[in-house]
Design a protein around this ligand. Sequence first.
Ligand SMILES: [Mg+2]
Length: 266
Amino acid sequence: MNLKEPNELPSALDHVNEMLRKKGDRSFLFFFDFDGTLAPIVAQPDQAALSDETHTLLKKLAEVYKVAVVSGRDRKDVEAKVNLHNLYYAGSHGFDITGPNDMHHQHPEADNILPELEKIANEFEKAFQEEKQVKVEKKKFAIAIHHRGADKGVIEQLEKRVKARLANDQLLKWDKGKSIIEIKPNVDWNKGKAVLWIMEQLGLNEDNCLPVYLGDDTTDEDAFRELSDKGVSVMVEDHDQKTHAQYAIKEQKQVAEFIKQILSYA
Ligand SMILES: [Mg+2]
């Protein structure tokens, strides 16, 4: 699979027709990441919100197609932010999934890991309490260490410390996103697996559906990769990191335009 620079990718907005041709008489199934995809990235993560326009468009889209939101946020958190009842929600990078008709899934291994997460969150909270730009957020199945606006030295120190702390930890792993370091359960589960799980639960596969995934960050790459031969993947925003996505949308605010275009053909 070839990784590409986002600026080498064709624009999703100019290729909606191509996606419709690919779909044929199958249905679409839409997956959206939340932060940076459905909602603009903001300095305070708890302030992130859907625009009224995006909320209305998502609502309309979910009346026509199945729609899921896949986020690193806790499932309840992202569900409250989107606030639409007929959507599927995969929180904690897919560790916690709910949806219409009593869909429910919580990764069985995740529960064993909670005490260790709690311990590490407390350690980092204490260690960085003097750093105003560093915020340790305890999530249900993860720790998000936000460092938007922090000095380079502080970020380096933070990364070094996370790396050292988790070097011999079998239960947890970590990675970097936009202005964030995340500590997560070290199990073979991610947004891509969550996407496949939701499809299977809904009885959807390549014969009856074309999955479309929009995301903006490294954790979305797992979903882009899973869908590379059976779906459509769209990287939102310009990045310098190479991606598995097939199309790009240059700015987060253009995601609304993409949904509008899809709805105009529905
Ligand atoms: Mg995102």
